[in-house]
Design a protein around this ligand. Structure first.
Ligand code: CAA
Length: 295
């Protein structure tokens, strides 16, 4: 097993074209970050053209917001928008140097996507996953070239959260790992080398906090009391408001992965399961200031 650590930047490949698989909220945030910071062509794909074009439109809308805020010029906005395109065919990634998948958090779905990508991308194209909790090694196990696979875990909201966890699987080769680090730095992020362990590092802590907040609710403390009790700690968001940002289904998925890996340390909250099943408004809602209340 190779040790994780900061790689030799001399081994990094140049990335002049990026693919993002998926065109949902996380994928759109990633596409925006790539085009804004790397200023290279970014291709987004999704299952159908309507979803792919909706993702592109979301990125274009965010670029327009940046122009409106005076962060970039009108011309720069137009240049960035022209660099982002979408479609359904993975062959669109044929020229990519890096493809990041941000599709549904299900191992079999991700493995299928990766196999399909490997059939079309160049031999030196890095394949990255934005998974929050699945094993990068297992994801790469069906690939002909698993050494090109790396974990590249961004946080929500992608534009402002400074951290990226770069997860090295046992198969990941030095050039792949170094390329992910170099790109992360060009994106203006702090890259942290992490083991390919369940939920890496950050989500173990974050989800522990969220799940304890839910345990308190499960045990009878009203959610608004949990929220009020935690706010004075000075966290940027209370656990229950953070849940809204992360998405209850994502949080539950990470918690289930951690429960499977460490059953004695992570329990799955019945209240969180109900929130996900109810798809909100469910057990509670949030007012306009982000304060949770029972509905
Ligand atoms: N999407 C995009 N941008 C957002 C945003 C969002 N949801 N929320 C805020 N921003 C942007 C704002 O537009 C603003 O940008 P500009 O300076 O360019 O205008 C900037 O962030 C600061 O916003 P505000 O001043 O309104 O708000 P704030 O100072 O209260 O900060 C916050 C907002 C950054 C979200 C802060 O509350 C925070 O850090 N919260 C914790 C977030 C966190 O822990 N994220 C990790 C979640 S776990 C995860 O994502 C991984 C996983 O695998 C589950």
């Amino acid at each position: 097993k190779r040790p994780v650590g900061v790689p030799d930047k001399g081994l990094a490949r140049t990335v002049g074209s990026v693919g993002v698989v998926g065109a949902g909220l996380m994928a759109s945030q990633l596409a925006l970050l790539f085009v804004r910071r790397l200023k290279v062509p970014v291709v987004m794909t999704d299952l159908d053209d309507a979803r792919a074009q909706a993702g592109v439109a979301r990125v274009h809308g965010e670029v327009d917001t940046l122009v409106g805020k005076g962060r970039i010029s009108h011309d720069e906005g137009n240049r960035l928008k022209a660099l982002v395109t979408g479609g359904t065919d993975h062959a669109l990634y044929a020229g990519a140097d890096l493809v990041v998948e941000a599709v549904f958090e299900e191992m079999s779905v991700k493995q299928q996507v990766l196999a399909s990508l490997e059939a079309v991308v160049r031999p030196d194209c890095v394949l990255a996953t934005n998974t929050s909790s699945l094993s990068v090694a297992e994801m790469a196990s069906g690939l002909q070239h698993p050494e090109r696979m790396v974990g590249f875990h961004f946080f929500n909201p992608v534009a402002v959260m400074p951290l990226v966890e770069v997860a090295r699987a046992p198969q990941t080769d030095d050039a792949t790992y170094a390329t992910a680090f170099a790109v992360g730095r060009q994106l203006g992020k702090s890259c942290v080398p992490v083991e390919d362990a369940p939920a890496f590092v950050v989500n173990r802590l974050l989800i522990r906090m969220l799940s304890e907040a839910f345990a308190a609710v499960d045990e009878g403390t009203p959610p608004d009391v949990v929220d009020a009790a935690v706010r004075p700690l000075g966290l940027p968001m209370s656990p229950l408001v953070l849940l809204q940002l992360v998405g209850p289904a994502v949080a539950l998925h990470v918690l289930e992965s951690l429960h499977a890996a460490f059953p004695d340390r992570f329990a799955v909250s019945g209240t969180l399961q109900k929130v996900v099943e109810a798809r909100q408004p469910g057990i509670w809602s949030w007012d306009e200031r982000g304060k949770p209340f029972l509905s």
